[in-house]
Design a protein around this ligand. Structure first.
Ligand code: GTR
Length: 325
């Protein structure tokens, strides 16, 4: 009996080694502020599946969604120092460390999502990706985040004049602070996870984001006036700790890069569907969407460009972006 169970145990061990699950596997941690099912979370999971498949199970990815590892600013420090290997974040919190990220974060720099794709999928996107390396990161992919617009609990916004005196939470970047100031309103940068209660308690009147975030973070419950001013079309970035990337063999590096590229197509599909779904959901729940006079918003942005685009590298980058047809 004893002899039999020993044999069976050995056979089981051998079988599990062959399935791949018990192989020497490196599990890479990835963070996301959004809940499970959100397009960015699903895209990174898909990246992980491709990596696992293409490395015969030597690498796997575990996605910690819903800000389980902390707010974006903190997780950026974690991925830079190597506490976690991967992270999916907005590019705005990088504006202070990777100066090239300022350009896609500029208000109205992109004429459309199509223009943004042409820029970020081409040589300019590669230049911005390369700029992450001195910060200890490899930018693996840019994901869609639609456009960001203002929403508030106090009144509908139809023109820049309506913005006067309102208090908005902005993502943690000076560009966004100065953009709000240029519109005659006040900006308070704060972590994403604190926005709902800050609006609810009246610390702020509102915030700014895309439809899927407005929906999934439930901001539509407390700020019903959504003004489709579309001030930025800033993509997300999926980054990897550079030391962790450098440790991979050249073959595995190519696998990671290709898997990231393949996950972009998947994310864009999911993004388009989620945007439509979220928009109908918030409208059904009583959100009132206005289409303010956009030209007024565009004209008000001159001081933001004047203040932040002084460096010759950034000046050239802005011109290059504008020249892409
Ligand atoms: C979302 C973005 C998040 C986070 C959030 C915010 O659109 O996907 O990564 O940056 O905005 O406003 O903090």
């Amino acid at each position: 009996m004893l002899h039999f169970s020993k044999l069976a145990g050995a056979a089981l061990l051998a079988a599990s080694l062959m399935t791949g699950t018990a192989l020497a596997q490196t599990v890479l941690k990835s963070s996301d502020t959004h809940p499970d099912g959100y397009p960015t979370v699903e895209a990174v999971k898909y990246f992980g599946e491709l990596v696992k498949e293409r490395t015969a199970g030597r690498y796997a990815v575990e996605v910690y969604h819903s800000a389980q590892l902390g707010e974006e600013k903190d997780t950026i420090e974690q991925v830079r120092s190597g506490v976690i290997e991967l992270n999916r974040v907005s590019m705005a919190p990088f504006n202070g460390t990777v100066k090239e990220t300022i350009v896609p974060a500029l208000p109205y720099i992109f004429r459309s999502e199509d223009h943004m794709h042409k820029v970020m999928d081409g040589a300019i996107g590669d230049q911005i990706k390369a700029a992450f390396e001195p910060a200890g990161l490899v930018a693996l992919a840019f994901y869609d985040a639609g456009s960001r617009s203002f929403y508030n609990k106090s009144k509908p916004i139809n023109s820049v004049a309506d913005m006067k005196g309102l208090k908005f939470r902005v993502i943690q970047s000076d560009i966004f602070v100065d953009m709000v100031a240029a519109l005659g309103a006040n900006a308070t940068p704060m972590p994403y996870g604190e926005v709902y209660s800050a609006i609810e308690t009246g610390v702020i009147d509102g915030a700014e984001n895309n439809f899927p975030s407005y929906d999934t973070a439930k901001h539509f419950e407390v700020a019903k006036n959504f003004s489709l001013d579309e001030h930025t079309i800033l993509p997300e970035v999926f980054v990897m700790n550079k030391a962790a990337f450098d440790k991979l063999t050249p073959e595995d590096q190519a696998i990671f890069k290709q898997a990231a590229k393949d996950s972009v197509a998947k994310q864009r599909e999911l993004w388009a569907a989620k945007t439509a779904e979220s928009r109908s959901k918030v409208e059904a729940a009583g959100a009132a969407i206005t289409s303010p006079d956009k030209q007024g918003f565009i004209d008000a942005m001159k001081p933001v460009y004047e203040k932040h685009i002084t460096d010759p590298v950034l000046k050239k980058l802005v011109e290059d972006v504008q020249a892409v047809q």
